[in-house]
Design a protein around this ligand. Sequence first.
Ligand code: PLP
Length: 380
Amino acid sequence: MKFNTKAIHGGQQNIDPAFNSVMPPIYQTTTFKQSTPHGHKGYEYARSGNPTRDALEKSMASLENGSFGIAFGSGLAAIDAVLKLLKSGDEVISTSDLYGGSYRLFTNIFQNFGIKFHFVEMDNVKEIENKINAKTRLIWVETPTNPMMSIIDIKAVSRIAQKNNLLLAVDNTFATPYLQQPLNLGADIVMHSATKYLGGHSDVVMGSLVVKDETLANKLYFIQNASGAVPGPQDCFLVLRGIKTLHVRMQRHCENGKAVAMALQQNSKVANVYWPGFDDHPNHLIAKKQMSDFGGMVSFTTSEGTLESAVRVVERLKIFTLAESLGGVESLAGHPASMTHASIPKEDREKTGVVDSLIRLSVGIEDIEDLLEDLEQAFL
Ligand code: PLP
């Protein structure tokens, strides 16, 4: 099955044996009747399993070309589950430019449990090798990175992971499986904030993991049940519905993202534009190799270079909504330094480029003329 067909039908065979409904029913139930202890039809208690969640998990697995999908109550809950594969004393090597909430989870929670994190600039993969020691267990990659749009070469990192017997997890939230499939490039775990493009309509908070290996899947299912951060059936239904249009939405996100990046590059009030589709983007060739297009996320700095100038622009926008999050049908603008990345110390975030004059756009699927006009008027 090819991708667009998978988005609609992947993992959805025989979803409603009772009535053959085309969409899975929303099994809004806590528990399932047993005829005798453990005499059930595959489901006992809804934390451990729910047919609506199952339908979504199978769809997610199919999209990522994996074998097992594991859904969580948020993207961070999914990352939390991956880290629970580790134990005190273990070490993790992570991209230095990453979502602020992931950084906060690593440094403010798991570090307290004795796990050590190294943040490195992975566009030079040698930096990873320099940090590997006998305690290293996991490499955490986010690509494209949030919000600087650096691209990490997943295949090159996976070679290092395999050589050193390390797990490789990739946060694929920005690219989505429509543009990039990390399991095909050698990753062991692919993670999503399904809150974003998979859900696609800014109405659900959810996370997911997809893996190929059954032993690893069973460990993650165990954590999903034992820690209990599961999504509800209504939300699973909504994300499954969102996934069915992922491919058409992504096509438009990519077209509009490109047009916005080009227009910003021509704007004299803009200093730098970060979008991996530019020929002179430092990782453009890797982006071309591992992604089928460049996505709908674009970041830029104002030429004035001040906090005030960035705040003025985001406050003046009318169609782009100033809000946290990304990946919905509507265009959003964010100010990473004070919003999504505020939990990273100023000195650390500025090293990766998250300066006060940086604005991040999630370019939606509205008419491009309206989006360009909106950006133009915000700079006046
Ligand atoms: N990873 C990335 C790249 C994100 O942008 C986000 C949220 O913005 C997350 C993970 C966390 O996901 P959630 O907000 O669903 O917990």
